[in-house]
Design a binder for this molecule. Structure first.
Ligand code: ZDP
Length: 296
C-alpha cells in the first residue's frame, strides 16, 4: 500500500544533481536518510547526488537541508544551493531583498534575491538576468579545528602541508566552506586514479568528520581544472563548495587569482574571493530537469 506521496523536482548544477522538495509546511524533512539513499539510487530510485529540502524557519525565513546520497547530512552544498535558488523562483517565492542588478530598461530591477539559512550559516542567493545564479558563500574557515583536521595544531592553518595517502606524500591545503575540503595541486588531473585515492583521503584518520577531496591542475592563474571526490557521494561531475575551496587554496599558495574560473567535468564555475569582505562568491548555472511524484 502506498504510504508516501511527495512532489519533487529534479535539478542539476553542472551535472551535480539533486531531488528538491518543498518542505515548508512541516518542521522535519519529509524523507528519512534511508529514503534519501533509496531515491538517490540511479537504478532503483530517481537518481541523484543528494536530496535538498526547502524548509521554513519562520515567517519569510528559509532554510536548506540536504542529505548526501549515502544518507549523511552535510552542512552546505554549493551546487545544490544554486538549484534551490531556481526552485524558489519556480515556486514564485518573492524576492526577499532588493536586486543589485539594475534592469535593462530602467524599470524594476531584475533577478530575485533570497536569504537562506544553512547549517554553515546564512547565504545570499542572487538570480542573474542571464539565468545563472550567484551565491555569497560567506567566509572560508582555515584553522585546523574549523576544518576539522588533526594534521597540525588546532589553531594553525594547513597550507601546503605534507600528508601521506596511499604510500605517496601529497602537499595539501585544507579549507572549510562550512563543509570540509582537502585540496592538492597536481600536474595532470586526468592522470589521478580518483576513486582509488578519493576514498583513502575521505577516510584518512587526520579528518575526523571525513573530507571532500579536490585535485587541481593550474592551467593559468585565472583558470584551473578540478576533479572531485565528495564525502558521502563519491566522484561527482561538480562541487560548488569544492570549487570555492580550491580557489581559496590557490590564492593562499600563490597559484590563483582571486577571480578564477574552475573547470569541472560538468562545466565551469566562476569564483571570486573578495579581499575587502573576505567572502567567496560563486556563479554558475542551475537547471531544472523534471518534476514527479514519489509514491511508495
Ligand atoms: O560535504 C559533503 O559531504 C558534500 N558531499 C556535500 C555536497 C557538496 C556539493 N557537491 C557542492 O556543490 O558543494 C553539493
Amino acid at each position: 500500500m502506498a504510504t508516501l506521496s511527495i512532489d519533487f523536482s529534479k535539478y542539476h548544477g553542472l551535472g551535480n544533481d539533486f531531488i528538491l522538495i518543498d518542505n515548508r509546511d512541516i518542521e522535519k524533512p519529509c524523507l528519512s536518510p534511508q529514503d534519501a539513499i533509496k531515491f538517490c539510487d540511479r537504478h532503483f530510485g530517481i537518481g541523484a547526488d543528494g536530496v535538498i529540502f526547502l524548509m521554513s524557519a519562520g515567517l519569510d525565513i528559509y532554510k536548506m537541508r540536504i542529505f548526501n546520497s549515502d544518507g549523511s547530512e552535510p552542512e552546505m552544498c554549493g551546487n545544490g544551493i544554486r538549484c534551490l535558488a531556481k526552485f524558489m523562483q519556480d515556486l514564485q517565492i518573492p524576492s526577499q531583498i532588493p536586486s543589485q542588478i539594475p534592469s535593462q530598461g530602467g524599470g524594476t530591477p531584475e533577478g530575485n534575491r533570497y536569504l537562506v539559512e544553512t547549517n554553515a550559516g546564512l547565504m545570499t542567493l542572487q538570480l542573474n538576468p542571464d539565468g545563472q545564479v550567484t551565491v555569497d558563500m560567506g567566509e572560508p574557515r582555515l584553522l585546523a579545528r574549523e576544518i576539522p583536521t588533526t594534521l597540525v595544531d588546532p589553531d594553525r592553518k594547513v597550507i601546503n602541508v605534507p600528508l601521506e595517502v596511499d604510500g605517496r606524500v601529497w602537499d595539501v591545503t585544507t579549507v572549510s566552506m562550512g563543509n570540509p575540503h582537502c585540496i592538492t595541486f597536481v600536474a595532470d588531473v586526468d592522470a589521478i586514479p580518483l576513486a582509488e585515492l578519493g576514498i583513502k583521503f575521505e577516510h584518512h584518520p587526520v579528518f575526523p568528520q571525513r573530507i571532500n577531496t579536490e585535485f587541481i591542475e593550474v592551467v593559468s592563474s585565472s583558470y584551473i581544472k578540478m576533479r572531485v571526490w565528495e564525502r558521502g557521494a563519491g566522484a561527482t561531475l561538480a562541487c560548488g563548495t569544492g570549487a570555492c575551496a580550491a580557489v581559496v587554496a590557490g590564492v593562499l599558495t600563490g597559484k590563483c587569482d582571486r577571480l578564477c574560473t574552475v573547470n569541472l567535468p560538468g562545466g565551469d564555475l566562476q569564483i571570486y574571493w573578495d579581499l575587502a569582505t573576505n567572502h567567496v562568491l560563486m556563479t554558475g548555472t542551475a537547471d531544472k530537469v523534471f518534476s514527479g511524484i514519489i509514491s511508495a
